[in-house]
Structures are given as C-alpha cells and as structure tokens.
Design a protein around this ligand. Structure first.
Ligand SMILES: NC(=O)c1ccc[n+]([C@@H]2O[C@H](COP(=O)([O-])OP(=O)(O)OC[C@H]3O[C@@H](n4cnc5c(N)ncnc54)[C@H](O)[C@@H]3O)[C@@H](O)[C@H]2O)c1
Length: 340
C-alpha cells in the first residue's frame, strides 16, 4: 500500500509549533504537515496543515495507527511540559518529556523499518540542561559549550538532557548487543535553545517567560512584576530565528554534523536592561521587580551565555536577529500593532 508522505509535528499547538507550521506551509515542495497535540490546533492554523490529530504522545495505540496510515519522513517532536510546569508536576513531566520522547523515537524506528529510509527526528532542547553551581561561576564563565556544566537542577532540564542522550543512542548505538547488529534508522538532531521571545504568542509555563511577559504587558498598558532580579542574565533568541534554526538543522547534510546536539543562541542581557528597552518603547510601562525565590533559583542555574560555535562551524548557523533587530524591528513594532 502506498502511504502518503508527511511531516509530523507533536506539540504543534504551542508557541514554537505555530511558528513552524507557518514557515513550513510557506515552503514549496514540502511534504504535507500532520500535527498531534493534546489540546488540538487553533482554528487559525487549521488551513495550513494536512491533518490534525488530537491526542496524547503517551497513547501508544494512537502512535501505532500513525505509521500504519502514513509515511512519516521527519518528526519535529515539540510536545513537552515546560520548565515551570515541570517543577509543579515533576512525575507528569517525566512521563511526557521522557516516556513521551522515547515513544516518538520508537515510532521513528518502526517507521524506518517499514519504509527502509532514515527518519529525521528534530528535538528542541533547552538552556535548562545547564546547571551552574553558583552565581559567581555563572557570572565568570565564558559562553558555555555543549558539554560543560550539564548538571541541571530542574526536572525539565534533566528530562531534556536525557532526551538528547537517548536520541544520540538511537542514532549511533541502538541495540548494540543484539545478535544481528541493526541500525535504528533514526537520524536525531537536537538544538539547545535559549529563552525564546515571540511577538505573536504569549508563552506559558517557561521560566524565561519574564522577557516576553514584560513586553506584552507594557504594550497592553498593564503593570508587570518581574519574577527575577534586574541583574539576572540568560541568553535569548527571537522566535523567527528559532524556527529557521529548526528548519536548517533538519535540512543540514548528515555528513556535516559532528554532533547530535547543538547550542544555538543570539543575545544575552540582564532583566533590568530588558526593562529599560521596554520602558523606552512604552514610556508608561509599569515594571517592578518581585523575585520569586524558586523561579529565581532556576534562572540562576542557567548559564548567562551559550557558545554556539559548533553550529556555526558545522552547518552555518547564524542568528538574523541580534538584540537591536530583535527588539526594534521584530518585537516592539509587531507587539505594538497587535494591541492598538
Ligand atoms: N519557548 C521556549 O522558550 C523554549 C525554549 C527552549 C526549548 N523549548 C522547547 O520547544 C518545544 C516547544 O515549546 P513551546 O514554547 O512551543 O511550548 P508550549 O507549551 O507552547 O507547547 C507545547 C505543546 O505541547 C503540547 N503537549 C503537552 N503535553 C502533551 C502530550 N502529552 N501529548 C501531546 N501534546 C502535548 C501542549 O498542548 C502544547 O501545545 C518544547 O519541547 C520546549 O521544551 C521551548
């Protein structure tokens, strides 16, 4: 039976999913997009996808039916519980972020077995995989490479780090003790994102959300109490760059890739400086700082800057939105228009 070729996006109804669907639907000669999300897909997105499946990545029966009906060529596995949510519900986070990821990897193995072709598996990881031991080390560290300081303190960070390693296992070492050596057929590629800031969607449940929340609140004329100290610095990236990075890593020739996980980043600045930029664009913005001890602790454990030289070298990664462009050409004008 000929099966229709599709790209599968899990967690497609989230912030990154919406951006990815918009981009993919604009590219010619792409296989159609099938989405799977426990919440279903916003009406505004429906016309841009081929099929919407409302379901749980923990539902193995459902996943099995997908490979029996379609040929999945690429999986963008975005479904996850984000960092703040994961601290409130660590066991649920483990199920979704770890078991859910293994379920999708198994689906990729099964798909490759049927089609005889490798299945690309794109996995967004996070700056949350880092665990800086203390603030002094964080502030003194040069931009952090992929394999440094990976001792995360959050369930989310631990789950993401495990996802990265599991993907590497499926790509290079799957069933190494099996009598007949077999390759999994999984071509896993992961990007470690910094905090993402979108002009069009509001984030929920992330611990870098103070930056977008500050901007959106100011544009709406609402007061905002930032949950970290003004001197708190982490890396960020504008959403269009994050989407482009996902498409570029998916497209990169396998032989150019020397790793299965790559840092990608754009700019890094303290929360107080974000507040200054927001106030200069929206002079009536009412921003206060009321650090939340636990959320502050989480952000303090993330590195201030990530080193993305491996991505630059191997597949030509370069952000298009530096600090200035991100705020003055993308975020501020788009957000201003949205609320006026
Ligand atoms: N937004 C960021 O700043 C950021 C930074 C680094 C990495 N990431 C990663 O990028 C990916 C997408 O993030 P996002 O910001 O779009 O998150 P989001 O919370 O906006 O979207 C996640 C989506 O996953 C879905 N989902 C959750 N559990 C599910 C389940 N059991 N079965 C099916 N669907 C389920 C949710 O309904 C939601 O639509 C995640 O893997 C996240 O960890 C995001």
């Amino acid at each position: 039976m000929m099966r229709n070729k599709v790209i599968l996006i899990t967690g497609a109804n989230g912030e990154v999913g919406h951006g990815l669907i918009n981009q993919l639907s604009a590219i010619k000669d792409m296989p159609p997009v099938m989405v799977l999300d426990i919440r279903g897909l916003d009406k505004s997105m429906e016309s841009k996808v081929y099929e919407t499946i409302v379901g749980d990545i923990l539902d193995n029966g459902l996943l099995e039916t997908l490979v029996s009906e379609y040929e999945i060529v690429t999986i963008f596995h975005l479904a996850a519980l984000l960092s703040t949510h994961s601290e409130f519900r660590p066991e649920a986070a483990h199920r979704v972020n770890v078991q859910g990821t293994v379920n999708l990897l198994q689906l990729a193995v099964e798909q490759s077995r049927i089609s005889g072709r490798p299945v690309k598996f794109i996995f967004p990881s996070s700056v949350a995989v880092y665990g800086m031991p203390d603030i002094a080390t964080k502030n003194a560290a040069p931009p952090v490479k992929e394999d440094e300081f990976t001792i995360p303190t959050t369930m989310y960070g631990i789950n993401k780090l495990y996802g990265e390693h599991t993907g590497r296992y499926y790509t290079h070492h799957y069933r190494q003790l099996a009598d007949v050596p077999q390759r999994s057929g999984v071509d896993f590629r992961s990007l470690r994102f910094p905090g993402l800031i979108s002009a069009t969607t509001m984030p929920t449940g992330g611990t870098s959300d103070y930056a977008p929340e500050m901007l959106h609140a100011a544009a709406k004329g609402e007061p905002y109490a930032c949950f970290v100290r003004p001197d708190t610095a982490i890396p960020f990236m504008a959403m269009p760059d994050a989407i482009r990075a996902l498409l570029e890593i998916a497209d990169a020739p396998r032989e150019r890739l020397t790793r299965t996980v790559y840092n990608v980043t754009s700019f890094s600045l303290p929360a107080g400086e974000i507040a200054d930029i927001v106030r200069s664009a929206f002079p009536s913005a009412q921003i206060t700082f009321e650090p939340h001890p636990q959320r502050q602790g989480i952000v303090d454990s993330w590195c201030a800057q990530m080193d993305d030289s491996a991505a630059q070298r191997d597949w030509g990664w370069k952000p298009e939105y530096d600090l200035n462009r991100a705020f003055h050409e993308y975020l501020i004008p788009t957000i201003r228009k949205q609320y006026t």
